[in-house]
Write a protein that binds this ligand. Structure first.
Ligand code: ADP
Length: 519
């Protein structure tokens, strides 16, 4: 069985060895076991269902949300001699019928389908006469509202499976590994005692950098100028920001394209192709860009804004360096970023539970931007991968040569302010009180008469928020798990207030002077 799989790998794909995890996943599916494969972007999930598809009798259905890419994926398969097709809303009824007819005649081994199809009764009836050996569900996290890309149409997959006369083997594939998403995938996609494989979340060739408190535009211009020949993606949070950044770079003569959901299909398609075929070097985009795009030589991914959670971040950053060559993932954190993401969550129609969950995931993202620890370690432990890694020497924290500084005094000022406002307010308000701001809310609450009012007036507001965020990320402070998280003192912070321990942190160079100002 394994030899047959290896032969296909060589014959059709031209690769000599399997990547970590691929062999086990393929074997599990061929052994008739429902399988859940959790692999990071770029790790090579597609082969894991395409190879079994060729070895099993009948046909494999692949459910995928990537309608715009199905044609490319199918063309690529046909190109390597694998009989495949797709069925989605881009086809006319007669084209759909023709493909179903061909499928009945056994002309395909793989059929890509959009999840919406499964809701159509006539399609269900037509497809039931096929021998479906394997149902592969790509981007399986789309079934879960706890994932970062919930698609209600994925809920139809479970019902479809139960309606089939002969239950196929089910393979679910995703890059999202949180417990709640995993549980949803198993339950909602009706996996039966699945084998679960989680592989290699570490992408050694990627370096990770977080930059706080720098002018984003200046940084980006400088970076792309020194990396002019390279291909890179710049992700921004809003369409407007994408348009602005694109215009700026275009006017300055950079080879740049843009992509967001507000652009006409044709224009998006055009830029996407130009980027994939290396006719333009830089793609400025919202998170609408990139899912399923297999461009191997992306040398950098810059996040112009912080994304909403770690899953989204790692998936987007992971589009760099798929060819295994050294590549950079840079996140430019701005104090406005968490506020914008929070606003976006608040604007949704999610119920309170889901909003609270999204906000707590957002906080982990903010923690990533402020942790003094190895960034790679932070990512790996978020995805549940335990590692012996203490320092990776390939992230901005491991390479940080700022001196460890005793910031106990400033930390105590922050902690006492948290106590003075009775642990009932969020980061922004506490920062305003410490700054001595004349903010309406601060004055209304009478916080200008607190003893901690204006205690850190020599710092800028973003610097104070930054300091608070760092103290949250290092567990001196904590945020409540609620729709409107409030800052509370953690046991580590209490010990500092009682002068039992000190706080040492690597403080960014720009703010070090302020520690002196305050003395
Ligand atoms: P994912 O779906 O996990 O993001 P893909 O299936 O698109 O990843 O694979 C990413 C890239 O890795 C593709 O270019 C694919 O051809 C390549 N790849 C997959 N498996 C192997 C392998 N065993 N050896 C070499 N390259 C591989």
């Amino acid at each position: 069985m394994l030899t047959a799989a290896l032969n296909i790998l060589k014959q059709h794909y031209g690769y000599t060895t399997f990547r970590p995890g691929q062999q086990k996943i393929i074997t599990s599916l061929l052994n008739n076991k429902d399988t859940l494969a959790i692999m990071p972007t770029g790790a090579g999930k597609s082969l894991c269902f395409q190879i079994p598809a060729l070895l099993l009798p009948g046909v494999t259905l692949v459910v995928s949300p990537l309608i715009s890419l199905m044609k490319d994926q199918v063309d690529a398969l046909n190109g390597v001699g694998i009989p495949a097709t797709f069925i989605n809303s881009s086809l006319t009824l007669s084209q759909v019928n023709e493909r179903i007819y061909n499928a009945k005649c056994g002309r395909y081994k793989i059929i890509y389908i959009a999840p919406e199809r499964l809701e159509s009764e006539s399609f269900q009836a037509a497809i039931k006469v096929l021998t479906i050996s394997l149902l592969a569900i790509d981007e399986a996290h789309c079934v879960s509202q706890w994932g970062h890309d919930f698609r209600p149409s994925y809920r139809a997959v479970g019902t479809f499976i139960t309606s089939l006369p002969n239950r196929p083997i089910i393979g679910a594939f995703t890059a999202t590994a949180t417990t709640d998403v995993t549980q949803d995938i198993i339950t909602l996609l009706t996996l039966r005692k699945p084998d679960i494989y989680m592989t290699g979340f570490d992408r050694e060739n990627l370096s990770f950098t977080v930059i706080r408190g720098e002018n984003k535009q200046d940084f980006t211009l400088k970076y792309i100028t020194t990396n002019k020949e390279q291909s890179g993606i710049i992700y921004a949070a809003t369409r407007k920001e994408v348009d602005n950044l694109y215009s700026l770079l275009y006017k300055k003569g950079y080879s740049v394209g843009k992509y967001h959901a507000g652009l006409p299909d044709k224009e998006r398609q055009h830029y996407q192709e130009q980027f994939i075929y290396d006719n333009i070097s830089i793609m400025v985009a919202t998170n609408a860009f990139g899912m399923g795009i297999d461009k191997s030589n992306v040398r950098y991914v810059i996040h112009y804004n912080m994304p909403k959670n770690m899953e989204a971040y790692y998936q987007e950053a992971g589009r760099a360096g798929r060819d295994g060559e050294p590549s950079e993932c840079i996140l430019l954190f701005g104090a406005q970023d968490p506020l914008l993401q929070r606003y976006l969550i608040e604007q949704t129609t999610f119920d309170t539970d889901r909003k609270t969950n999204e906000i707590s995931k957002l906080q982990t993202m903010v923690d990533y931007c402020h942790t003094p620890e190895c960034l790679r370690k932070f990512i790996l432990s978020y995805f549940g991968e335990t590692s012996d890694l203490t320092e990776c020497d390939n992230c901005s924290n491991c390479k940080d040569d700022n001196e460890l500084t005793d910031i106990t005094l400033d930390a105590q000022k922050i902690f006492s302010c948290v106590m003075r406002v009775k642990e009932r307010y969020g980061t922004t308000l506490i920062a305003s009180v410490l700054k001595g701001s004349k903010d309406k809310k601060v004055l209304q609450l009478g916080f200008d008469s607190l003893s901690t009012y204006g205690l850190l007036k020599n710092y800028t507001l973003p610097e104070i928020r930054d300091a608070i965020n760092r103290l949250i990320a290092t567990d001196y402070l904590m945020l409540t798990d609620s729709e409107y998280p409030v800052v509370k003192l953690a046991p580590k912070g209490v010990a500092v207030l009682k002068n039992q321990t000190k706080v040492w942190q690597k403080v960014p160079k720009r703010t070090q002077k302020i520690t002196v100002d305050n003395s």
